[in-house]
Design a protein around this ligand. Structure first.
Ligand SMILES: [Zn+2]
Length: 445
């Protein structure tokens, strides 16, 4: 998704509320009063645990991979309108030496093109959403088969292999069965999942053939004859994960055992998978923990440019150091308790924060007075404790922080240059599919 400009609530918008008739309610009155009050306050009551960080001694990571995606629903003119959705995701890689040569304020288009020509690859597909019938079958079956055929379609099946690698935890000496999932044909849960490394298998209940791609659960978002727009955004999100973990998988299997831990992997958006897609969170956390205990930590960040955390940071960041350019940057690792109390203001929710859905924890970062961002960093295993996480729990935080200052773009507030590049490809219409992954496969054992 593109970066949006910094926005402040205009004063006129707030005063319009005075004309509303519902101001009888004391709750509404309080809302209106607080709404009309400036969003910024004079002092910080959030007790945000800012600490200055000193990255001297930590070596910056030498290579960067970044992933981003976009989707567009397209409607025909007639009644009822037919609707399809195009989804496009992109993965780019740049080494830091090359990245350092780019002018981040005014990047030269030809210079960028030269870099992208050998470092970007993308994936795209199209879904029927409404009022489309194919000769092959119902919309429901069409989408199931499109997903089965799309994921292996690019990069010599590399993204599909990553799905198998995650689903069957293939980094383990003995791969597991896939996560449990609901059969798309009879709806009954297949508790034992699919057998190790299977692409498809008969459902134990109805005997219909189910695919590994059904395990992801896109069919739970669909009706018999139409699919909601959210299908496209869910597919985009899952593909961003599969693409990001493809170089991670290749680095993991590479003969050069240092390669994984010398690389920074960046995802646009939070490290989160909700609802049925959260079943992938379990193997992702398991891998990150496994890699950590093997002494080969994976350095991953997700950047949240919009949403609750970005808004919250914007409201308190001016109270945080540094006040002046040249001073040391600072960061704040947010504990579950802090997130509940200060960000969501809902301290009593039943489940510990992010337990089912998040594979990264939250971090605020302020590089200089004009540059701040919300980052997600994995911890491996999840800990439900209110005081979790602390700085030491975030995998490779010191080296990540040593790398970020050189990735800052000055085109947008708090933007990371590799995400801008990935975003550029995700929205480019006819980019040649580069064979970048092959270069990695050549060195494979
Ligand atoms: Zn079944």
């Amino acid at each position: 998704m593109p970066y949006s400009g910094g926005e402040r609530l205009p004063g006129e918008a707030a005063s319009k509320l005075g004309h509303l008739a519902v101001v009888e309610s004391r709750w509404v009155q309080a809302l209106v009063k607080d709404f009309e009050r400036s969003v910024t306050t004079d002092m910080d009551v959030s007790k945000t645990p800012w600490t200055t960080f000193d990255a001297t001694g930590a070596a910056p990571l030498s290579r960067v991979w970044a992933v981003d995606g976009s989707f567009v629903p397209v409607q025909s003119q007639e009644r009822p309108p037919r609707e399809v959705a195009f989804v496009k995701t992109s993965l780019i890689t740049v080494d830091k030496v090359k990245l350092d040569t780019i002018d981040k304020d005014h990047p030269h288009p030809l210079h960028l093109r030269e870099i992208m020509a050998e470092s970007g690859l993308f994936h795209s597909t199209v879904f029927p959403l409404k009022n489309i019938r194919t000769s092959m079958g119902s919309n429901y079956d069409t989408i199931r088969h499109i997903i089965r055929d799309s994921i292996p379609a690019d990069a010599d099946r590399a993204f599909y292999e990553t799905l198998k690698w995650l689903a069957y935890q293939k980094w383990l000496p003995v791969p597991t069965r896939s996560p449990a999932f609901e059969c798309p044909c009879c709806g009954v849960k297949i508790d034992n999942g699919l057998p190790p490394d299977a692409d498809a298998a008969p459902c134990p209940h109805c005997k219909a053939e189910v695919f590994l791609t059904d395990m992801i659960g896109f069919h739970l978002d669909m009706g018999e004859d139409s699919a909601p727009d959210s299908l496209a955004s869910s597919y985009m999100l899952v593909m961003e994960h599969l693409m990001l973990f493809t170089p991670i998988r290749l680095c993991w299997d590479h003969t050069d055992k240092q390669m994984l831990s010398e690389t920074l992997f960046i995802k646009d958006g939070p490290l989160t998978l909700r609802s049925q897609y959260s079943k992938l969170v379990i193997p992702i956390r398991a891998f990150l923990q496994y890699a950590k205990t093997k002494g080969r930590p994976a350095h991953i960040i997700g950047q949240e440019k919009t949403g609750t955390f970005a808004d919250h940071l914007a409201s308190i960041v001016r109270f945080a150091p540094p006040d002046r350019r040249g001073e040391k940057p600072s960061c704040a690792v947010l504990s579950h308790e802090y997130v509940r109390r200060e960000v969501y203001r809902a301290p009593d929710l039943l489940n510990p924060y992010g337990m089912r859905t998040n594979w990264g924890e939250k971090l605020y970062l302020k590089i200089d007075p004009g540059t701040h961002m919300v980052l997600n960093v994995p911890t491996g295993d999840y800990d439900p404790a209110p005081t979790f996480p602390q700085e030491a729990d975030m995998i490779g935080l010191k080296r990540i922080l040593a790398t970020i200052p050189s990735l800052i773009s000055h085109k947008y507030e708090g933007a990371l240059f590799p995400i801008e590049l990935a975003n550029g490809i995700a929205s480019m219409s006819n980019y040649p599919s580069a064979k970048i992954l092959e270069r990695f496969l050549v060195g494979k054992k």
